[in-house]
Structures are given as structure tokens and as C-alpha cells.
Design a protein around this ligand. Structure first.
Ligand SMILES: Nc1ncnc2c1ncn2[C@@H]1O[C@H](COP(=O)(O)OP(=O)(O)OP(=O)(O)O)[C@@H](O)[C@H]1O
Length: 298
């Protein structure tokens, strides 16, 4: 990979002249619209209707380039739907969605998607079980799942390996994806999400299905990513405040497709707001940069 946007310091990028993904990434940076203080994500009254029901209902939300957000809400709140809009995979039924300065509906989403790193269960399900781990990561350069005949250069392989190492799964490059444990898969998915040196990273339930040790390790690694000022804007979806890594700056609370609260983390993660989001009285505590919640009755 060549210099790219120079943002993701998780892995250093070797420099090489290229016509492949590395050159593509380098070319994206100067054409990226907007000043650094403009939002990378700007939703205005976004509503998504399916079968006559709003899955998202009048959501207005802006994410700054230097912000790290957590989206919290119960099952069915609309979190994944929100990330689908944010990743350019779903257009609002009503309202306006601007992603990386481009309005959905007016932009070629195939140009937009490589600028966004996405890790989600839906995307992971599309990875062929026989795909080599290194190819799972490499193919993100083209926004593809499943390697075909496209060419990658040495620096691309170096970057993929470095990202896998940064996520704690060095040495798995030649394994097939289907042979990995759930925890290993999650890390590979995050390495993939970072491969294209994206300007926005969206992680949908990155810790789901992990055991306690796996969750804690991942939360620490995500904390390092969030704390790195050179990292891209980050949006992480979860059901559990225990999975909020240190370094997250803002929170959005969703319930039944509507925003219950949003803003700086400490102001939003209150017992009252979280209780309203999850529909039960909660006790919420913060210790050492981590959060925990339990039913107030317990
Ligand atoms: N294509 C669709 N057609 C109809 N309803 C849908 C469609 N996609 C999602 N839904 C519904 O929209 C609601 C929100 O779904 P979504 O996956 O966004 O929620 P979520 O907050 O991510 O949930 P979870 O935490 O369980 O993953 C759910 O009730 C779901 O059944």
C-alpha cells in the first residue's frame, strides 16, 4: 500500500508506485470532499420504512472526523439499519444522508464504499468459508467479498499482514476463513475494515459471540484504535455498555428507530437515558474508563 490518507496508524504503509489498490487509496485522499471540521456523516431527518413501518424514524445525527461514537440500543432498535445507511448500502425513504461529503442518491456508491470500512455479521456471512484469511482482508481494497482475478502487490500484502498482527491474529494469513474461531473471525473482519485506509470505520457488534477474554482483548485493541488521533472516525454498535472501549467520545441511543439521546459520552450514558433506551430501570457505573449497567432492582 502507498501513503493513502495517512490516517490509520494501526499499521504503517509502505510506499510503492502502483496502479492497484495502493494507488487507488492514495488517489482517494486528495479528492475527498470537505474540510477536516466537516462531518463525515450527516443525517437529516432520515426515515427508513419497510412494510409500512419505520425502522428508522426521523434520525438526525452528525459524526465529526475526529469523533468515536458508540450506538447503543436493544434488539430491533434499528442500529444495523442505521449502519447500512451510514455505509451507503441503504437509501433513506425520507430525509437526507450525507456520507463523506457525498449525498446518498447523488453519488456512485461503488466509489464511496471503499472509503468506508465496515465490519458486520451480514458482510461476514458473505465471506466464502474456503477464502484465505489474507484474501478476506485484501479484497476490501475493492469493496469486494471473495477474491477473483484481481492483482495485489507486495505492499498490499504487507499492509494486510500488519493489520492482522495489530488485531492479534498474526500468522493466520494462509488459513481459510471457515477454520477460524469466532474471536479470530471478528479480528479478521476488523482488519478487513481498516484495509482500504478508510475515512470512516463502522463496526456492527464487533464483540458479539466472544468469550470474556476475547471481549476484553478486543475492547483494549479497539480502545487503542479509538485513542489514536490518526485513526479515522469510528462508529461502533453494541447492546452492552461493557463493550464500550476507552477512547469512545460520543454516544447515540436508539429505541424503536428513534433517537433517545445523543452527544458526548458522559452526558448521554446516564442511568435515566439508558433505562429509557432499554426499557428498564438501570444502575450505570463508570470505572477506569469502562462502563457497566445492571437492573436497578437487582
Ligand atoms: N428488510 C426489512 N423488512 C422489514 N423489516 C426489517 C427489514 N430489515 C430489518 N427489519 C426490521 O427492522 C427492525 C430493526 O432492525 P435492525 O437490524 O436495524 O435492528 P438492530 O438494532 O440492529 O437489532 P439487533 O440488535 O437485534 O441486531 C427489526 O424489527 C427488523 O426485524
Amino acid at each position: 500500500m502507498s501513503e493513502g490518507t495517512g490516517r490509520t496508524s494501526t499499521a504503517p504503509r509502505p510506499v510503492s508506485p502502483s496502479t492497484g489498490p495502493s494507488a487507488r487509496r492514495a488517489a482517494v485522499a486528495p479528492t475527498a470532499k470537505g474540510a477536516p471540521d466537516e462531518p463525515v456523516l450527516d443525517l437529516d431527518g432520515v426515515t427508513v420504512v419497510r412494510d409500512g413501518r419505520p425502522l428508522l424514524d426521523d434520525v438526525s445525527w452528525a459524526v465529526g472526523a475526529d469523533e468515536r461514537w458508540v450506538v447503543l440500543g436493544p434488539n430491533g432498535a434499528g442500529k444495523t439499519t442505521l449502519l447500512q445507511v451510514a455505509s451507503g448500502r441503504l437509501h433513506p425513504s425520507r430525509g437526507r444522508a450525507e456520507v463523506l461529503g457525498e449525498e446518498l442518491g447523488l453519488v456512485d456508491v461503488f466509489e464511496l464504499r471503499p472509503r468506508i470500512g465496515l465490519a458486520s455479521a451480514a458482510l461476514a456471512e458473505r465471506v466464502p468459508a474456503g477464502e484465505r484469511v489474507v484474501d478476506v482482508v485484501l479484497t476490501a481494497s475493492y469493496g469486494m467479498v471473495g477474491r477473483w482475478r484481481e492483482e495485489y502487490e507486495g505492499p498490499d500484502h504487507d499492509r494486510a499482514r500488519e493489520l492482522l498482527a495489530a488485531l492479534g491474529v498474526a500468522g493466520l494469513e494462509r488459513r481459510t476463513y471457515g477454520t477460524l474461531s469466532e474471536g479470530e473471525r471478528k479480528r479478521v473482519q476488523i482488519a478487513r475494515a481498516l484495509m482500504s485506509d478508510p475515512e470512516l470505520v463502522l463496526l456492527d457488534e464487533p464483540a458479539a459471540g466472544l468469550d470474556l477474554g476475547g471481549r476484553e482483548d478486543l475492547v483494549q485493541r479497539l480502545g487503542a484504535l479509538a485513542a489514536d488521533p490518526l485513526s479515522p472516525a469510528l462508529v461502533l454498535v453494541t447492546h452492552h455498555v461493557e463493550e464500550v472501549p476507552p477512547g469512545i467520545t460520543h454516544a447515540l441511543l436508539l429505541r424503536e428507530g428513534r433517537v433517545v439521546g445523543q452527544g458526548p459520552l458522559e452526558q448521554v450514558l446516564t442511568a435515566e437515558a439508558l433505562g429509557a433506551t432499554f426499557g428498564l430501570p438501570l444502575r450505570v457505573e463508570r470505572s477506569g474508563g469502562r462502563w457497566s449497567a445492571r437492573a436497578a432492582r437487582a
